[in-house]
Design a protein around this ligand. Structure first.
Ligand code: FPP
Ligand code: MG
Length: 344
């Protein structure tokens, strides 16, 4: 089916369906419109994640088996679909986006000593840190090999630059755990590097192989960047105000791991005395952690984060102005609009 056409009745049906009085969310609409593509991509991911020596492949398949919303593959597919039918190269790059994401999560859970991901034990808990790191490395080599095979040249060099950005974001974040001077500016730099960079690569890659011109590729890259920042803002707020069952990992992990995310930075700006408890929480003092969580709630920090996320999604939607009108563009806008609703 072509996703370039103006809003179709199928899309209207998918987005206007109501479950329990709520409009079905648009990510689900995108997932259902792209169901055939996503099934093929899931198969490719499983195949590549299972290629190589055990137990590295076990660790990768375990993480992949936990599910995931496939937001990055969807970003590649919809960006390509803005310009024409979805090609096999676009599907291959959609799988690459998820493989990179999985690789970063395997590494990230080691860096963060995380026990739970996607509602199940992290791979590092089952197979240990060494296997988890090597499993991430293996996925990374598969992702680079696939990109070299289907889109050498600009898409590959763009991916390598993106990987450098990802690592840089993690290193700066790690530095912040030892100091207390993570300003909002540094926070946003970390978020742009560690999260938004991959979203932005995904949308640029989709637009490039879909046939967008250089201005449109850059515009979709901006869309991806703002979407990625909004995504991380929501994730960081949910660490304080979410429900563990819904987010598939323990609450307040950022605080205990010493991450000065935006909710905490805002709370401490409004109530500087809370910093003493932040330091105690970092050292495992659970009573202090609860006081910090209370300070985040009382200062309304997460409302400010929600407003920032709304601003980012507005910027993401504005970036779509030069993209041809059609279902794919509408879905990109709708996915951005719905993201912040997780915080309502
Ligand atoms: C999740 O953040 C982690 C990331 C968005 C990026 C992780 C990147 C690396 C470890 C860089 C190196 C890896 C490779 C393969 C190049 P989070 O900890 O805030 O989110 P979480 O709560 O879901 O863990
Ligand atoms: Mg983490």
């Amino acid at each position: 089916m072509s996703l370039q056409a103006p809003l179709t009745s199928l899309y209207e049906t998918a987005t206007e369906n109501r479950v329990g009085g709520h409009a079905v969310n648009r990510l689900a609409a995108a997932q259902s419109l792209l169901a055939d593509d996503l099934r093929a991509i899931d198969e490719a991911i499983r195949c590549l994640a299972g290629s190589g020596p055990r137990p590295a492949t076990d660790a990768a398949l375990h993480l992949n088996g936990g599910g995931g919303k496939r937001v990055r593959p969807i970003a590649v597919l919809l960006s390509a679909a803005c310009f024409g039918p979805i090609s096999q190269v676009a599907r291959d790059l959609a799988a690459v986006a998820e493989l990179i994401h999985l690789a970063t999560l395997l590494h990230d859970d080691v860096l963060d000593d995380a026990d739970e991901r996607r509602g199940r034990e992290t791979s590092r808990r089952v197979w240990g840190n060494a296997v988890s790191v090597l499993s991430g490395d293996l996925l990374l080599t598969h992702a680079l090999g696939e990109t070299q095979r289907v889109a050498p040249g600009e898409t590959l060099s763009d991916l390598i630059a993106t990987l450098q950005q990802l690592v840089s974001g993690e290193v700066v974040q790690l530095r912040g755990r030892r100091s207390l001077d993570v300003t909002e500016a540094i926070y946003f730099q970390i978020v742009e590097d560690k999260t938004a960079s991959l979203f932005s690569w995904a949308t640029r890659a989709g637009a490039r192989v879909g046939g967008g011109d250089s201005e449109q590729i850059a515009a979709l890259g901006r869309y991806g960047k703002h979407l990625g920042v909004a995504f991380q803002l929501v994730d960081d707020a949910l660490d304080y105000v979410g429900e563990a069952a819904a987010i598939g990992k323990g609450l307040h992990a950022d605080l205990m791991q010493g991450k000065l995310t935006l909710p905490l930075t805002i709370a401490v700006r409004k109530r500087p005395k809370a910093m003493g408890d932040v330091l105690l929480a970092r050292n495992g003092d659970e009573a202090a952690a609860l006081r910090v969580v209370g300070a985040v709630a009382e200062t309304g920090a997460c409302d400010e984060v929600r407003k920032r996320a709304q601003h980012e999604t507005g910027e993401a939607m504005a970036a779509l102005d030069t993209i041809p009108a059609g279902v794919a563009r509408d879905l990109l806008a709708a996915v951005a609009a719905d993201l912040v609703k997780r915080l309502m």
